[in-house]
Design a protein around this ligand. Structure first.
Ligand code: HSE
Length: 448
């Protein structure tokens, strides 16, 4: 008799609410690997119920007749469902699904970043009160196992920095802008045509999606409460092909980064277009891929790379969470209840206090003496300029001039930009992009 034959196989029931891209991938992944889970882990992972408003999804996914309901209450209450998987997104009825599942003593697995970004603390506490768990690997950077790394493998560290490309749509757009010299509107239209960007691209291009993810990751990394509303947010709408090309000449790449740093002055958490040195690992992440750079005081620099969206990559994260819970259920122990991880509230460092270098492009009058008041406006705001460079886009009356600053404080840069905008010589402040001090990300790492 083989070891496999001796193993007791226990059934664990999963209920999947929402059979869209991720829900469909989740069901397909479980069905495809079911016998392997039984053989390897002794778990017969069964899709006991599914919920969707499209009854035809049952047959499309190869599920037995009678598995589908259109009423999520019925799924949550079903005694055959041990784990509730919420994949409908949005705030309602997802919140009620969580509440009802916890009250019924059932664990919840979710990919709902918008909900967790705002309410993870309340929902985690509620899960803890009911002795169940809330798992959300798929909510931040899709298929990348970054929540698992922060909650398990890296817990021995003090996490100093989490910085990532957390939105595939905008990374795809920036990559295309860089490769083809296309401007924002052209590349957005292309991304929409190819299905990378939604018809209403706001959540991606304005940084909300990345802000939710960096809120979730920084809460976990720093054991504190950071919500989406705490994150300074600026999207990519104002990034032009000219700035990306200029960044390249200067040895930088422009990326929409979610950055969270635990600094002595408070948690610095922000999403914005960022210039990073072309040699940095994050600079090499192109197309719709995601990557998360994590610095721990013991481990130093690490980077996690993978698909941040898509049916099967996201399903991979969902099913990983499901199997972890199922393993404990099958062993008859039940998983540890959700810990209440956010028992401290670290202060936030306001964006006004950020100190870094800046790239500032002005559209100015192209005539003798036009730069004198411009340079004076920088000096008046206490900002030291490191280089000035005129671009070749002039039409004889106006042209772009790029200023790189030495380290400056954000508050002063704002003040300078207001003064610059008011000058007759300045047609407009065309762009302001922060040049990230990536060396500071490793401040606090132990010496070897
Ligand atoms: N819209 C997201 C992205 C995927 O473009 O990365 C889901 O979070």
């Amino acid at each position: 008799m083989t070891a496999t034959a001796q193993k007791t196989v226990r059934t664990v029931g999963v209920g999947v609410i929402g059979l869209g891209t991720v829900g469909g991938g989740t069901v397909r992944t479980i069905l495809r690997h079911r016998s392997e889970y039984a053989r390897a882990y002794g778990i017969d992972l069964t899709v006991s119920r599914v919920c969707d408003m499209r009854p035809e999804r049952e047959a499309e996914l190869g599920l037995p007749a009678g598995t589908l309901t259109t009423d999520w209450h019925e799924l949550v209450a079903d005694p055959a469902v041990d784990i509730v998987v919420e994949l409908i997104g949005g705030e309602h009825p997802a919140t009620e699904i969580f509440e009802e599942a916890f009250a019924a003593g059932k664990h919840v697995v979710t990919a709902n970043k918008a909900l967790l970004g705002r309410h993870v603390e309340r929902l985690a506490r509620l899960a803890a009160e009911h002795g169940v768990q809330l798992k959300c690997e798929a909510a931040a950077a899709g298929g990348i196992p970054i929540v698992n790394a922060l909650e398990h493998a890296l817990t021995g560290n003090e996490i100093l920095t989490v910085a990532g490309i957390l939105n595939g749509t905008t990374n795809y757009m920036l990559t295309r802008m860089e490769a083809e010299g296309l401007d924002y509107d052209e590349v957005l239209a292309e991304a929409q045509r190819l299905g990378y960007a939604e018809a209403d691209p706001t959540a991606d291009v304005d940084g909300f999606d990345a802000a939710s993810k960096v809120a979730i990751l920084s809460s976990i990394a720093f054991h504190t409460r950071v919500t989406t509303d705490d994150v300074y947010m600026q999207g990519i709408r104002d990034v032009s092909a000219a700035d990306i090309a200029q960044a390249r000449e200067l040895g930088y790449r422009v990326k929409l980064l979610g950055i969270a740093r635990n600094t002595p002055e408070g948690v610095d958490v922000r999403v914005h277009p960022t210039m990073i040195p072309e040699g940095h690992m994050l600079a090499g992440v192109s197309g719709a891929m995601n990557a998360v750079f994590v610095v721990g005081d013991a481990v130093g620099e690490t980077m996690f790379y993978g698909a941040g969206a898509g049916s099967f990559p996201t399903a991979s994260a969902v099913v990983g969470d499901v199997l972890e819970l199922a393993d404990a259920i099958a062993r008859g122990e039940g998983p540890m209840p959700e810990v209440e991880p956010y028992d401290r509230v670290l202060g936030l460092r306001p964006i006004d206090e950020l100190e870094t270098r800046y790239y500032i492009r002005l559209m100015v009058e192209d005539r003798v003496g036009a730069l004198a008041p411009v340079v004076a406006a920088f000096a008046d705001a206490g900002i030291s300029i490191s280089t000035i460079h005129q671009l070749k886009d002039g039409d004889g009356t106006r042209c772009s001039v790029v200023f790189l600053t030495h380290r400056a404080v954000e508050r002063d840069v704002r003040r300078a930009c207001e003064a610059l905008s008011a000058l007759d010589e300045v047609e407009r402040v065309a762009s302001v992009i922060r040049i990230e001090d990536v060396a500071a990300w490793t401040d606090g790492v132990e010496e070897n």
